[in-house]
Design a protein around this ligand. Structure first.
Ligand code: PBG
Length: 346
């Protein structure tokens, strides 16, 4: 029996005659089975990618205060997460690294025995067919926390775009050599996709695709991530390289277009919820290109925090968020809820 529990006829005894409405959209919502039948957006764990933070050690799971439910993981623990991700049917994992030591050039980023390289090997050994995506950027590895080499070449402290490309190319090749299936550059350097594509091809990795964080905004919603990855800039901010949230939406399309011309295989818009207009725009402008949206740390933590206070229903808000991102046009969603949400909808 469907309905709200009132006795039939209860509300019929008085009131006006029924209006002559020929269209009543509520008819599509009366029967739960019809409601379900007319849905066009459905959630599937296969579309979700789980971010993981790799660190040094063995058997280490260091809780991340700002991302409840997430930990900095040693490589063996990354492998355990990947086994779980596989069991839950997730589409992939995205690896970030927190190196034991940082320096001005972020040298752990491209070391064969670097933190991500070891985590990739452990992940691929545990579940060879799980898709392992690696974030390629300098900010987790540099002591100043910026996404590249910092110098005064332009007359003031700034990230040197072209010098940084050399490092990103080396990092990408070493990730591919460790077994990464997809390379995801997130530094918003001009020309990064082209530099990485050429380096991968030159090293025999022409089959390894690039998922470009093509449209990445300078967003305050990355706050919890920077605590997780210990990557907050030590001076200044990222507005000199990440997109201005107030820039013309068309600038997002220029970013996407350039990355595609340089050889990007998949595109990303980031963050997700505050930029669903951009997700929709990029989806419509580049219909043949797989599109990912990153439901970032702040989008996760704010719902977690409100749920802890009893102000929001976490499960309902998380699933609604994931639905909205998908409906806006993302085929892939990178989300800290991946495991939990997969368990919820199973
Ligand atoms: C940079 C990078 C960042 C995120 C993903 N890659 C941080 C930044 O640009 O400061 C943020 C992801 C999130 O907030 O969940 N390597």
């Amino acid at each position: 029996m469907v309905g709200l529990g009132y006795k039939a006829g209860m509300e019929r005894h008085s009131g006006p005659e029924p209006l002559p409405l020929s269209t009543r959209l509520r008819r599509l919502r009366y029967h739960p089975a019809l409601r379900s039948l007319v849905q066009e957006t459905r959630l599937s764990p296969r579309d979700w990618v789980l971010p993981l933070f790799a660190r040094d050690g063995r058997g280490v799971r260091e809780p991340i205060r700002s991302l409840p439910g997430h930990n900095q993981l040693s490589a063996d623990e990354v492998a355990r997460e990947v086994v779980e991700a596989k069991e839950l049917g997730l589409g992939g994992v995205l690896l970030f690294g927190i190196p034991p030591a940082k320096d001005a050039a972020g040298s752990d980023a491209y070391s064969d025995s670097g933190i991500v390289q070891r985590a990739v090997r452990a992940a691929k050994a545990a579940v060879p067919d799980m898709l392992v995506i690696t974030d390629v950027c300098c900010c987790e590895y540099t002591d100043h926390g910026h996404c590249g080499i910092v110098n005064q070449k332009t007359g003031r402290l700034d990230v040197d775009n072209d010098a940084t490309l050399v490092l990103l190319a080396k990092q990408a090749v070493s990730h591919a050599a460790a077994g990464a299936d997809v390379i995801a550059p997130s530094g918003m350097m001009d020309g990064m996709v082209g530099a990485i594509r050429r380096a991968l091809d030159g090293a025999g990795f022409e089959h390894v695709p690039i998922l470009s964080y093509a449209v990445k905004f300078a967003s305050a919603f990355y706050g919890p991530f920077r605590e997780a990855a210990e990557s907050a800039p030590q001076f200044g901010d990222r507005r000199g390289y990440q997109m201005d949230p107030a820039a013309a939406a068309e600038q997002a399309c220029r970013e996407a277009e350039l990355d595609l011309a340089e050889g990007a295989d998949l595109l990303m818009v980031k963050p997700a919820l505050p930029y669903l207009d951009i997700v929709r725009l990029v989806r419509e402008r580049f219909p043949g290109v797989p599109l990912a949206a990153y439901n970032v740390s702040g989008e996760y933590s704010m719902i977690k925090a409100a749920a802890e206070k009893g102000w929001l229903d976490e499960r309902a808000c998380a699933l609604e968020s994931l639905l909205a991102v998908r409906r806006a046009g993302a085929s892939i969603t990178i989300t800290y809820w991946a495991k939990q949400a997969a368990a919820w909808i199973q």
